[in-house]
Design a protein around this ligand. Structure first.
Ligand SMILES: O=C(O)CCC(=O)C(=O)O
Length: 278
């Protein structure tokens, strides 16, 4: 069964082991840099310690103090991530899910559940979201790409199958009422993925996840793709690549990473050059 029927679809052999390992090393490098100087990365990193206590019961408070939970726009921090999102297999998946060759990048992040202290994630839909959200749910989706195997024990993403079939209007009304039924937990499906696999999630599919108290990290690359549109419910301050297609991103990366003084956003210039020379 496919994306439209179930609300999610798993893809095999999406990225190579090399690419995954490089991305994992970069996550560790960014993590270490954040621990040394969290001001340098404060535009990009949300630490675990900022999450509400109920999401991480019993976590070691000292360990989570300077531990990144979310690394926003890793593509602006590291050429490894910029290279990763340019992988043609990701764009092929985006085209097949959205039913069009003309697809654009919205944003990405790495959502982390570090070994022993990884937090849970409340049930939610990505439509509507208050970050980058087109007016219609059928014009975007998120691709979840784990950087290591993800199982129930290390806090894999969980979904409520078929919960995406309501209308956009109803999804917006439910979001306003905050009325997601948490008993749906009993019907959840754990998306256990092997290294190299990825899963496309429908924006209206309810998803969440449990804490990670295992010895294994779980680092999940989340990438939102969409169809070109001018109709938005929300559109936060975009990343420098937001709204660009594959060719335009290549041009932008060439301009920014090869000649950073010419076009890189002023606020990010120092960070990018520091990270790239580490
Ligand atoms: O961290 C996860 O398991 C899923 C991430 C997620 O829910 C999202 O990006 O919408």
């Amino acid at each position: 069964m496919s994306y439209l029927e179930l609300g999610y679809q798993v893809f095999n052999n999406v990225i190579s082991d090399n690419c995954r390992e490089s991305a994992k090393n970069e996550v560790n490098r960014i993590r270490n840099l954040f621990r040394q100087d969290n001001q340098l990365l404060s535009d990009y990193v949300i630490p675990l310690s900022e999450l509400p206590d109920h999401r991480n019961p019993g976590a070691d408070q000292q360990a989570i103090e300077e531990e990144p939970y979310l690394i926003g726009e890793p593509v602006e921090l590291s050429t490894t991530f910029a290279t990763l999102i340019m992988n043609p297999s990701l764009w092929d998946i985006a085209s097949s899910i959205l039913g069009d060759d003309d697809v654009v990048y919205h944003f990405s992040n790495v959502t982390r559940k570090p070994a022993k202290n990884g937090p849970s994630l409340s049930w939610h839909r990505d439509f509507p979201n208050q970050y980058i959200c087109p007016e219609h749910s059928d014009s975007f989706f998120r691709l979840l790409l784990p950087l290591e195997g993800m199982q129930e024990s290390n806090g894999c993403t969980q979904v409520i199958a078929n919960s995406h079939t309501l209308s956009d209007e109803l999804a917006i009304r439910e979001h306003k009422k905050r009325s997601l039924d948490i008993n749906q937990h009993e019907q959840s499906i754990s998306l256990e993925l092997k290294p190299g696999q990825a899963v496309a999630i429908h924006p209206k599919l309810i998803h969440g996840g449990q804490v990670n108290r295992s010895e294994l990290d779980r680092n999940l690359m989340v990438i939102q793709f969409g169809l070109p549109t001018h109709h938005w419910l929300y559109h936060e301050k975009p990343c420098m690549l937001t709204g660009l297609n594959h060719r335009e991103i290549l041009e932008m990366l060439d301009a920014n990473f090869n000649q950073p003084r010419r076009q890189t956003k002023k606020t990010h210039k120092a960070t990018i050059s520091k990270l790239n020379t580490c």
